[in-house]
Structures are given as C-alpha cells and as structure tokens.
Design a protein around this ligand. Structure first.
Ligand code: ADP
Length: 477
C-alpha cells in the first residue's frame, strides 16, 4: 500500500472515532436535559425510557473503543495520532460515565415520588442541569476545533457548577429540616446533585484531554511557565492568565474537600436513615407492647441523630456565611451558661463539672449564641470522653491579649497523630464510641470556626490515657 493511502486510511479511522465521540457528547447533553425535565415533572415513564436508552451511548462507546484498538494494532500512527488515540480512550470513558450518571438521575425520579422540594431546590436542579449541558457542549466544541483555550475555560465553568451544587445541598438540608422531605427523599436529592456535579467533572476531564491533544502533556509547573511566557508575549489576557493557572491547584484542593464533604454527609445520614426504615418495618409487625416501646425508643434515637447532624450542618453553614450578631458580654456569664447546658448530661454520666479562675467583670465582644455553642461542644465532649466519677474542669484566665477558656478532662485522650485531624468534619478517633454516645463528628469543626470567626483560635493538648485539654482563646476588648 502507498504510504499516502495508509495515511488516509488512518485519517479516516480517526475521523470516525472523533465523530462518534462528538455524537456521544451531544446525546449525553440532550439526555441531561431530558432527565431534568422528567425529574421536575415527576415523569416516571420518560425516566424509564432514559434508563433503557443508555444502551445507545454504550454501543457508541464500544465502537470508539474498537476503533482505538484497531488504530493501535493495524495502522502506523505517528506521535500526534497516538496522542489523539490515548485522549480518545479517556474521553470515551468520561462520556460513558456521564451517560451512566444520567441513568442514575433517572432512577432517582422513581424514588422521589411524592417529594416536595421547594422552589430553590427545583430552580437549582434546572440550573445545574443547564450548566452541565453547557460544559459538555463546550468540551465537544473545543475538541472539534482543537481550541486549547476554550478547553481550559471549562475549569472555570465547572467552578460555577460546583457553587450551584453547594447551594443546592444547603437548600435540600433546609427542606429536610422543615419536614418538606423525608430522610430518604433528602438523600436521593443529595445524590442527584452530586450526579450533576460529577458530569461537570467529566466534562472538565474531557477538556484536559483536548489540551493534551493540542499541547501534549503539561505538568502544572510547565504549564505555568508556558502561560507566563505567553503572558509576557502579550498572548494572554492577564485576568485569566497566570493567576488562573496558579490558583488551579488550590481550587482543585477546595473542590476535593467539598466533594468529600458531600459524600460524607450522605454517608453519615445513610446509616441512621437505614436503621430507621428497618426499625419502622419491624415495628409494624410487632404486637408485644414491650417490644413496641423498645423499637420506638430506638427509632426516636436514630431520628434524633439525623436531627443532630442536620442541626450541626446548619450551624456550620451559618458560621461559614459569617452571619453573626455580636454584643459585649461578661466572660463569666458565657461560661456559666455553657456549663449549665451540659450539667444534666454530666450528672447522668456521673462526671463532676468544676469551674475555676475568676474573670471578674472582663467582657468580650462576641456572637453569644455561637460562643456558647462552641463551649458547650467542648464541655460536652470532655464529659463524653471521660469515665464515671472523673472530673471536668473549666478554667478561665485573662491574659495580656486574650481571654483563655480551657476545658480539661482526665478521660481517654487523643493520640498525637490525630490531634490536628479531630477538627475536621466527621473525623472521629473512635467511630464506635462517638456513635454510642451520640456524637455527630461536627462539634470540633464548629468550635474551630467559631474561634476563628472571632479572631481567636482553639488549641488542644492531649495524651492517650491521661486526658485532654481544649482551650479557646478570644481577643480581649
Ligand atoms: P463527636 O461528635 O464525634 O464527638 P467532635 O467533632 O466533637 O465529634 O470530635 C471529633 C473527635 O475528636 C471525637 O469523635 C473524638 O474521637 C475526639 N475527641 C473530641 N473531644 C475529645 C475529648 N475531650 N477526649 C477525647 N477525644 C475527644
């Protein structure tokens, strides 16, 4: 065969792969729109059709896979063709997974029957959907035109989708709290939001593959260097040049934390909600009064856990939004109020609460509710992780620049390696114990937020077996 003939055969094969990929992206984007309408209208028939219709994308995907393999085996691809094939293999799996996510959303439609999300939630679903479609279409366009800059701009758009998703989750939680949604429906809605968000991630990946086809592999440092060079040559507009590239790593980190957080919330809620549905089922068939009482007690306990988690999540959201009203208030008053709140619990656990130190008339300017909540969390933990007949001491000290309130216990303590991590959301040293005693895993995250919102900080010292001391420092007036 003439070499020009081989070349044109290869080109034909590559063109076919490209056409299939483009068609897949268009199909998935359309399906995203359809599944969203089905969801907003509660149209189960359409949803079922969409679940079955996923085959169409899967078939195309198989063809792309075959095409790529054939190219590698039978043709003599040169470097740039190889890059195309490698990128195509990855893009193919990103698009196929996006198709699966559409089917997942469709499955949720059935499970959401009778749910009454408020207009914010509905509106955000529509907006996440339209954003996800735009992302897919832009990925496709950048692929067809080999426009690396257009492909790079997908990252910024995806941030928008992430923000929408973040707000969406907050509204879902608010709905659940008001009782507009039952726990199972909240969970389904939370998952749906996550599916849209993941479609955006896949589009972002596709954008990266396009950049790989155009520019080759660009490790981050090298990319920054090239951007700098182009910036200096006047090729890039400064506002979306280097600064954007520099901040990509940080944004990715934040996104990853956010994603983890949402996954954690779903997971945390899933356990008690699962237990509740099981308990409720058992309760229905139970005739023995004593057993019914026992089961409904357990049911109430699980419901309380869901409520606690949602409460803490709302508190965190409030803190993150920085909503607060400050007032000047005596330190002794805040401490007394916090200790009072934990008193009954401490008595029940046979732990003695002692307050030492005298802050006299010293006042601080704080969001009283938030600080009381933070102190209550710390005292509550100290009691919870103590043994019966031990003592918890709350010590107040007025230092040069700060007022320090320390909560000391002689309980189980925290291993050194985990000292920093206990402030992370949902992090627990001993999962079983925290569950048993009704912890949400969010208490210390709230404490740190409150301290930092007030320009203060929280410190911890601890030794396993000896106990822990947590100290909140608040700036003096
Ligand atoms: P939880 O609701 O599970 O107590 P927190 O955020 O309040 O969640 O605390 C996170 C983890 O830190 C706890 O699960 C526990 O392992 C550890 N911890 C917090 N306070 C103490 C303490 N006073 N003594 C020992 N461990 C503690």
């Amino acid at each position: 065969m003439e070499s020009s003939e081989i070349r044109s055969q290869l080109d034909e094969r590559l063109a076919l792969i490209q056409a299939d990929l483009v068609q897949m992206m268009a199909t998935v984007a359309t399906r995203v729109g359809e599944v969203t309408s089905a969801m907003l209208e509660g149209d189960i028939e359409t949803a079922d059709r969409l679940i079955a219709g996923d085959d169409e994308v899967d078939l195309l995907s198989l063809r792309v896979e075959e095409g790529c393999v054939e190219t590698l085996i039978r043709e003599q691809p040169v470097a740039s063709d190889l890059r195309f094939v490698v990128a195509a293999i990855h893009m193919n799996s990103d698009i196929e997974r996006s198709g699966d996510l559409v089917a997942n959303i469709a499955k949720a439609v059935g499970r959401l029957q009778g749910a009454h999300p408020d207009h914010h939630v509905r509106d955000l679903v529509a907006r996440m959907s339209s954003e996800a479609q735009t992302l897919l279409r832009r990925a496709s366009e950048s692929f067809v035109t080999r426009d690396a800059e257009l492909a790079a701009s997908i990252d910024e758009l995806d941030d928008l989708l992430d923000d929408l998703h973040y707000r969406y989750i907050q509204h879902v939680i608010a709905d659940a709290r008001r009782g507009d949604l039952d726990p199972q429906q909240s969970l389904q809605l939370a998952l749906v939001g996550r599916f849209y968000e993941r479609i955006g991630d896949h589009a972002e990946n596709i954008g990266e593959r396009v950049r790989y086809i155009v520019d080759g592999w660009l490790p981050e440092a090298q990319a920054a260097e090239r951007a700098q060079a182009r910036l200096e040559a006047g090729e890039l507009k400064p506002h979306r040049g280097l600064a954007v590239i520099d901040s990509i790593a940080e944004e990715r980190r934040i996104d990853a934390i956010r994603r983890d957080f949402v996954a954690n919330v779903s997971h945390e809620l899933k356990t008690p909600v699962g237990a509740m549905s099981l308990l409720a089922e058992t309760l229905v068939g139970e005739t023995e009064p004593a057993d019914r009482d026992r089961l409904s007690d357990m049911l109430q306990r699980e419901a309380k856990r869901v409520e606690d988690i949602i409460d803490d999540l709302l508190e965190l959201t409030r803190l993150e939004e920085g909503e607060s009203e400050t007032e000047k208030i005596k330190v002794s008053k805040i401490v007394a109020k916090s200790v009072d709140k934990v008193r009954t619990f401490a008595d029940g656990m046979h732990v003695q609460l002692v307050v030492t130190g005298d802050s006299g008339e010293e006042k601080v300017k704080v969001d009283r509710r938030a600080v009381v909540r933070a102190l209550t969390n710390l005292i509550d933990n100290a009691v919870r992780y103590s043994e019966a007949d031990q003592q918890v001491t709350v010590a107040v000290e007025v230092l040069e620049h700060v007022v320090a309130i320390s909560i000391k216990d002689d309980g189980v303590g925290i291993p050194r390696a985990e000292l920093e991590r206990v402030f992370e959301r949902f992090y627990r040293v001993d999962r079983a114990r925290s569950r048993e005693t009704g912890g949400t895993g969010l208490g210390l995250a709230i404490v740190r937020h409150v301290a930092e919102n007030h320009g203060g900080r929280v410190l911890v010292e601890s030794k396993p077996g000896d106990g822990s001391t947590f100290t909140i420092e608040l700036p003096r007036l």
